[in-house]
Write a protein that binds this ligand. Structure first.
Ligand code: UP5
Ligand code: MG
Length: 196
């Protein structure tokens, strides 16, 4: 493809940790960085319906991971679009990779990109559950229910430890306490990205 080698920062953390909130602020305030949320890309693809839309919905509605190749391809397409339309070559990738399988799929097709950092937002689970239930009153997300939130945390506990350990070996992981105000988290996060 026409996409050159890009800089990427992976932004991880449990459900409700503030990945989307922080990435949106970062992309608004740091010139050149674009925000791609894997979850948002999957939800947009789901809207198109069809077999793929059904598969994505089945996984999201059960708090399970969509097959890695599907998510990876959506991210690649979104990077290509952002590059073609706006010349963007720096990406905050929110919520991916969240399993070893995700990281393997990424390496297969996206290895020319530079993985600068892996940010991990850390926050007690009970705080996160409270945030998600509050958001669920208005979000319209079919996974912001007590039952699915429980499954999302189970998936997170099963899958995210190994993937973080893998990037820790490469010295790329930065952990950030996200049980704080949005602006306090932003200060730490933006410094890490500006210095990466
Ligand atoms: N909030 C944010 N920051 C706050 C703060 N500092 N203090 C107080 N409140 C704060 O925030 C969540 C809520 O908390 C909001 O109401 C916010 O205002 C408030 P948000 O920024 O949305 O957190 P985020 O970490 O983005 O939470 P999200 O719910 O999006 O995380 P998930 O990881 O659960 O969701 P995602 O969209 O990434 O994935 C959804 C599903 O898609 C997955 O379960 C899976 O089925 C599928 N998926 C894949 O299969 N593969 C992927 O690679 C990605 C997703
Ligand atoms: Mg999000």
């Amino acid at each position: 493809s026409a996409l050159p080698s890009c800089q990427v920062v992976f932004v991880l953390g449990g459900p409700g940790a503030g990945k989307g909130t922080q990435c949106q602020l970062l992309s608004e305030r740091l010139p050149g960085w674009a925000h791609l949320s894997a979850g948002d890309l999957l939800r947009a693809e789901r809207k198109k319906g069809g077999e793929l839309g059904d598969l994505i919905n089945e996984k999201i509605a059960n708090g399970q991971l969509v097959p890695s190749e599907v998510t990876c391809k959506l991210i690649e397409n979104a990077m290509e679009d952002a590059y073609k339309e706006h010349g963007i070559d720096k990406f905050l990738i929110d919520g991916f990779p969240r399993s070893i399988g995700n990281a393997d799929a990424w390496k297969t097709t996206m290895s020319r990109h530079q993985e600068k950092l892996v940010l991990c937002f850390e926050c007690p689970e009970e705080v996160l559950v409270g945030r998600l239930l509050e958001r669920g009153k208005t979000s319209g997300r079919n996974d912001d229910t007590v039952e699915v939130i429980r499954k999302r945390f189970q998936t997170y506990r099963d899958e995210e430890g190994p993937i973080v350990a893998l990037y820790e070996k490469e010295g790329k992981v930065r952990k950030i306490a996200s049980d704080r105000s949005v602006e306090d988290i932003y200060k730490d996060t933006s410094l890490l990205i500006q210095n990466c």
